[in-house]
Design a protein around this ligand. Structure first.
Ligand SMILES: [Zn+2]
Ligand SMILES: [Zn+2]
Length: 271
């Protein structure tokens, strides 16, 4: 499996190509004959970066949205404009399209479920979905520990009205490699430790070979400390926390864990 970073807050300094960056996330994943776009960033820069990197997005077979926030979902409308997406399958949680807001404004996807269904085949699932033999969309992540996802992030408009948003739609991918498990996350609002434990449970694979994506660690608080404790105990591999991880959190992690840099243009082979 090959993963190419198409959007991240950080871009690599490359002698030949200058990529675009934004506070958002989008990965292009190739596994056998399946080509998966994991999140779509905030704007249309994933299209520009894909072109610069020589990635042909007309070949995408699946789009996975980790959750409905606009820094992950906005770009999808640009994919519809550019390509014929009618054969592509969109996999996400059934609540990902609901309106979401902060006091400062709207932070949900800029389209409805019905609109998305006009452009793509929808596969909405709370349960895990095997995209390939080895790559799994995890669906709704059980919140099993007492230190992650304790505070809401804005509000979500459910059938009953506006409620505090604990991001029930937030999910991730797990890849069952030959030597162990790789985990690929969007924002980890539900908690990187919760995601890791659920990925282990669903795949039956204990050993973690790598984690890349947003870990949602922004403050130096007990969530960060306990996450570091968990990762130290449960992983023995390079970690690639990015997107929604502050520099202070990266420093704290790097004191005890092998933390690596992430930037647009990077490619990872996961076997
Ligand atoms: Zn988010
Ligand atoms: Zn995000």
């Amino acid at each position: 499996m090959k993963l190419t970073v198409l959007v991240d807050n950080n871009t690599l300094i490359d002698d030949e190509i200058s990529f675009f960056g934004e506070p958002a996330l989008c990965y292009y994943i190739e596994d056998g004959d399946k080509k998966i776009l994991f999140d779509t960033g905030y704007s249309d820069i994933f299209l520009k970066n894909a072109e610069l990197k020589g990635v042909d997005l007309s070949e995408v077979t699946h789009v996975v949205l980790s959750h409905g926030h606009n820094d992950h979902a906005n770009g999808l409308a640009h994919l519809w404009e550019r390509f014929d997406t009618s054969d592509m399958t969109l996999i996400t949680h059934p609540l990902a399209f609901l309106p979401k807001a902060l006091p400062t404004g709207d932070i949900g996807a800029p389209y409805t479920e019905e609109e998305a269904a006009r452009h793509m085949k929808l596969l909405l699932s709370k349960e895990p979905v095997a995209i390939t033999e080895r790559l799994i969309y995890l669906g709704e992540i059980p919140r099993i520990n007492d230190f992650e996802n304790k505070e809401p992030l804005g509000r979500i408009r459910l059938a009953e009205g506006w409620e505090e948003d604990f991001l029930p739609d937030d999910s991730a991918l797990a890849y069952r490699g030959k030597k162990g498990l790789y985990i690929i996350t969007g924002c980890s609002h539900c908690g990187i430790c919760n995601i890791t434990e659920y990925a282990r449970k669903i795949t039956g694979v204990e050993k973690i070979c790598g984690i890349i994506g947003g870990f949602h660690l922004l403050k130096e608080d007990s969530r960060l400390e306990r996450t570091i404790d968990y990762l130290e105990e449960n992983t023995n591999c390079d970690l690639y926390p990015c997107h929604c991880v502050s520099l202070a959190a990266k420093f704290a992690m790097a004191r005890r864990l092998p933390v690596k840099e992430v930037g647009v243009g990077m490619q990872f082979i996961m076997e």
